[in-house]
Design a protein around this ligand. Structure first.
Ligand SMILES: [Zn+2]
Length: 403
């Protein structure tokens, strides 16, 4: 191991023997007591030295025997340490692609805030390179979202859509003005390639049949059609539910941006559950949806470019959170934001017993003794679990900073 105090966290001394790592309440930690000699020694933990060399430096600085190992272990257990050589063979391969890694360094630093074991952050980044994601919809939201995932190091981002690029599809970070008149899917894929931090990893040619099979870690449904954003068709997601493919909805309808729900098939509420719930609440809902679908196509749908970009960014972040192995707060919930107030709020999408996805059935089995009134969303439960584990792993003398 080549220990490195996570460079993403700024360091500051709260007093003579207490160090604070990080600035913001979300990720800051304080460590104490730390004597002055140990404090100076922290500067040597920059990933350039192995343990043997660090022990030697420790002896030179008259630190007691075993002190260096204890400090390294303490920092590692507090989640403050990374390993400049760790992360396994895929991480080693990524390190060799210096130009790719240089592009992704800020993302790597950000990932290091979320991982506890040394070497985990780069391992996560390396795993992204072999993930396959499909984005359905190459409008203002879909292309920017796909490009963001590609730029974040996701190895394969496939974009599906029909027709040709229209001037209104163009958006910064998405389709360019030069692509007007070209096939939407081809232009979108080019935008994805342009955003990638390096050449695509080699993969055999896909047969047309394979292209439609699941095998995607995540499918993102980002329709250009505003009705499909507001009232996602349960039938369109049936193959995804049947194949167990996680999928996330994102889009803009009128002056409202939507991110979610992220559907974990058979576990969390899906488009069918949402449709059933809306019909329960408003018997006119199916009649309205049918009219919206059959209504005359308007020449220009509302899609504020800043709102579309906001939705693309947040949806991509939720997607990455999921792809990195966590449960984002869009799981079983729709985040909505409307102009001009621009405040995000979440609406839960509960599993519905009349939906064939099976999530309600599973929920009943798992929460049979739970009171529905206190039933938090899955996302909340998960984040609480995560806090509990990190707290449990934290050593005495290390605590979350109240800054
Ligand atoms: Zn359902």
């Amino acid at each position: 191991m080549h220990p490195m105090v996570k460079p993403a966290l700024r360091r500051g001394w709260r007093d003579l023997n207490t160090v604070q790592f990080g600035m913001t309440p979300a990720h800051a930690l304080t460590l104490g007591p730390v004597d002055t000699a140990t404090g100076s020694f922290l500067d040597l933990l920059d990933g350039t030295r192995g343990l043997e060399l660090l022990r030697e430096e420790g002896r030179r600085m008259d630190l007691p025997d075993g002190h260096v190992d204890r400090l390294v272990e303490r920092l590692a257990r507090a989640g403050l340490l990374d390993d400049a050589r760790g992360g396994g063979p895929e991480a080693a391969d990524l390190r060799e692609r210096k130009e790719v890694l240089d592009r992704l360094r800020p993302d790597l630093a950000a990932l290091s805030l979320l991982t506890s074991e040394p070497g985990d952050a780069i391992e996560h980044l390396a795993v992204r390179r072999r993930l396959r994601v499909q984005v359905r919809g190459a409008g203002r939201v879909g292309v920017a979202l796909a490009a963001l995932l590609s730029g974040a190091g996701v190895g394969e981002v496939d974009v599906r859509d029909g027709g040709r690029v229209e001037p209104g599809d163009i958006a910064p970070g998405g389709l360019s003005a030069e692509s007007v008149g070209e096939r939407r899917d081809e232009s979108a894929r080019r935008a994805v390639r342009r955003a990638a931090p390096g050449p695509a990893s080699r993969r055999g040619p896909k047969s047309p049949a394979e292209a439609d099979t699941p095998g995607f870690s995540l499918v993102i449904i980002a329709p250009r059609d505003d009705v499909s954003v507001h009232a996602p068709a349960p039938s369109a997601a049936e193959p995804l539910i049947a194949s167990g493919t996680p999928h996330l909805y994102a889009g803009v309808v009128e002056g409202t941006g939507i991110v979610g729900p992220l559907v974990l098939p058979g576990e969390t509420g899906c488009a069918g559950c949402l449709h059933q719930e809306r019909t329960d609440r408003d018997p006119a809902w199916p009649r309205l949806v049918a009219q919206w679908h059959s209504g005359r196509r308007r020449s220009a749908r509302a899609c504020d470019v800043t709102l579309a970009t906001t939705v693309a960014g947040l949806a991509a972040a939720h997607a990455l959170t999921f792809l990195d192995g966590r449960t984002p707060s869009s799981t079983g919930a729709r985040w909505e934001i409307s102009v001009p107030a621009l405040q995000w709020h979440a609406r839960p999408v509960w599993p519905h017993s009349a939906c064939s996805c099976g999530a309600a059935e599973k929920g009943k089995q798992e929460h049979i003794s739970e009171d529905r009134g206190t039933h938090a969303t899955m996302a909340v439960q998960h984040s609480q679990e995560f806090c509990r584990t990190t707290d449990a792993a934290r050593l005495a003398g290390t605590w979350r900073a109240h800054v």
